[in-house]
Design a protein around this ligand. Sequence first.
Ligand code: AQP
Length: 345
Amino acid sequence: MTEAVQTSSPFTPRVFSGIQPSGGLTLGNYLGAMKRFVDMQDEGSFQTVYCMVDQHAITVWQDPEKLRHATRELCAGFIAAGIDPDRSILFNQSQVPEHAQLAWIFNCVARMGWMQRMTQWKDKAGKNQQNASLGLFAYPALMAADILIYHATHVPVGEDQKQHLELTRDVAIKFNHDYGVDFFPITEPVIEGAATRVMSLRDGSKKMSKSDPSDASRINMTDDADTIAKKIRKAKTDPDALPSEAKGLEDRPEARNLVNIYAALADSSVDAVLAEMGGKQFSEFKPILSELAVEKLAPISTEMARLMQDPAEIDRILGHGATQARELATPILKKTYDIVGMISS
Ligand code: AQP
């Protein structure tokens, strides 16, 4: 569980996190991020603000109709997984212009060298950096704005976003230092659980990702029971049986991945899973994992499909969430403009 909220901070305990509608939700997004989002909402110590970051999604090409569909489906995924729009603020980024407005200021605070060091930039831009979008390069400055426009104190994310969160802290520190203020909080990352980095089912060295060209590499939250079972059956493994202790998973990335997934779905720990499953061959373990995955994911995908039958209701929820988000963001942007020396009404 999340560490106790520090009461000495002048900032309201507030959680912000986002997911890109750059494809369908994966098991990685669910276990690494969304499950934590629900825990933090239900825990009740924080105000929780969750966003479909559509402006991040377009840093690489998105077909407009698919983007609209993916944004609605992601909203349905949040709700189906347990985010309650009456208890959390749920919205899409482009409806709250303060994100982009603060991002511009942060573009002027962050340094080129910081961005060049980001592994996501290097991975996604690949060898042809000259042809990547400027938005992809500046992605972490927009992410810092997403978080700091709410003065968020805690950000639950998967392991892959750790570096971007460090950059968010650097932006806050440099802004506060340059302007001689103590205005932006130094946000705490929350990277917890047995599956903070779910790997591809086809390659244990690659992250499970919604934009991986191989559908077999991931479990989509919309996959039906047969598809989930087939993907787990075909998941790459090694010939050895499961060990009885976590140490035995060293140098066995595919085996470790499946055990991590099982532990996260079962709300258990790797040690507890291995104590029970140690000695089993994958031919025995994979059907047990499939059964658990279907049991946990089927209710979510069924609810997502039901919600998707009423896109107007989803749009209404997003519109309402955007209004609530702007109520928090507007005064923080105005104060930022004042600090920077801009005249605002
Ligand atoms: N494989 C993963 N394991 C654990 N956590 C993960 N997350 C993503 N993949 C995994 C977490 O999900 C949240 C939302 O991620 P995102 O959609 O904003 O971007 P991403 O990290 O780049 O995810 P994808 O699926 O790989 O998207 P694409 O393919 O579009 O780049 C984040 O908290 C992330 O850590």
